[in-house]
Design a protein around this ligand. Structure first.
Ligand SMILES: [Zn+2]
Length: 310
């Protein structure tokens, strides 16, 4: 049971049907994401609509290192920041009425600036970074398949949460700090091995190569950034659905809960909220309106002379 993902080539040829399906499938989770930051209902709809139009505009240069959902969420995050900035620049209105509104922007800005801004931060997708993301994903997948969920959570706590060893061992009922250090040491060793397999020259990953010496802290910075920006540990949407349905086995459930509740992954939380709300989105009048204008926009893209891109 895999999550539906669109056919990128069809999207790149501005196929109406595929884009309509994209909007139906992804509208709910984007709304949930935006709803956590923006109070005003009209503004939320505007932002989500801008996200889809932005997705159409950018699809020609879609970077396959990211999933389509990451691509959309990256645009969504940027549009949300733009909106909150504009609103705070105006200095009046909603932001003034409730002081709770502005910290939303601060939170967003305080999280490392680059990562999820997949679209505007294209240099993030440099070869080395892309390789690192792939390697981390591979490590997460194999660790998941081995059923080593404590190991996975420990590394997630360190690389995603930035936890210290001394805060981590207690949470997972380990013997002491050195147990955490041991898990980290073995994980890094495995990561280097996986990286070497993909790039035997080591040229793409200078930071990993250095780490065989004492460059460990340098390594960790890059790894932490790739871990977050690549969303390497985000469970697929159907795992979140199974969590809600209550039919996840205990250990994966603990990981998914940890990712949501303690790592507070904003993208998975948006998925969770969307899924928990159920299937009511089908008759959403907003979706209908949006689809009508998206179709119009798609037609205008096709009508342009075929020059290949912008
Ligand atoms: Zn996540």
């Amino acid at each position: 049971m895999a999550d539906w993902t669109p056919d990128i080539e069809r999207l790149q040829s501005y196929d109406d049907e595929e884009w309509m399906r994209v909007e139906r499938e992804y509208c709910g989770r984007l709304m949930a994401y935006v709803g956590r930051r923006i109070d005003d209902a009209q503004a939320r709809e505007d932002v989500v609509q801008e996200v889809f139009l932005g997705a159409v505009r950018g699809i020609a240069s879609f970077d396959a290192i990211y999933t389509f959902e990451q691509y959309l969420f990256g645009i969504c995050r940027n549009r949300t920041i733009d909106h909150l900035r504009r609103r705070s620049a105006r200095g009046v209105g909603a932001a003034q009425e409730s002081n709770e509104s502005l910290p939303g922007l601060d939170d967003l800005m305080n999280e490392e600036e680059t990562p999820s801004g997949v679209v505007s931060e294209r240099d993030l997708a440099s070869q080395g970074q892309a390789l690192l993301v792939e390697v981390l994903r591979e490590w997460v997948q194999e660790t998941w398949q081995l059923g080593e969920f404590t190991r996975l959570m420990v590394i997630e706590a360190l690389f995603h949460g930035g936890w210290r060893n001394r805060d981590t061992w207690k949470r997972f009922g380990l013997k002491d700090e050195t147990a955490v250090a041991g898990i980290k040491f073995r994980a890094l060793k495995r990561l280097r091995l996986l990286a070497e397999r993909r790039d035997p020259t080591g040229a793409l990953l200078p930071s990993l190569a250095e780490a065989t010496g004492d460059g460990v802290t340098h390594l960790e910075l890059g790894v932490m950034q790739a871990w977050k920006s690549g969303r390497v540990s985000c469970p697929a949407r159907y795992w979140v659905a199974r969590l809600i349905a209550g039919n996840l086995p205990d250990e994966p459930m603990q990981f998914v809960r940890f990712h949501l509740d303690e790592m507070k992954c904003e993208f998975c939380l948006a998925n969770h909220e969307d899924l928990a709300r159920g299937e009511a989105a089908g008759e959403d009048p907003f979706l209908d309106r949006m689809q009508a204008s998206t179709v119009e926009f798609l037609r205008s893209q096709i009508a342009r002379p075929e020059q290949g891109g912008e």
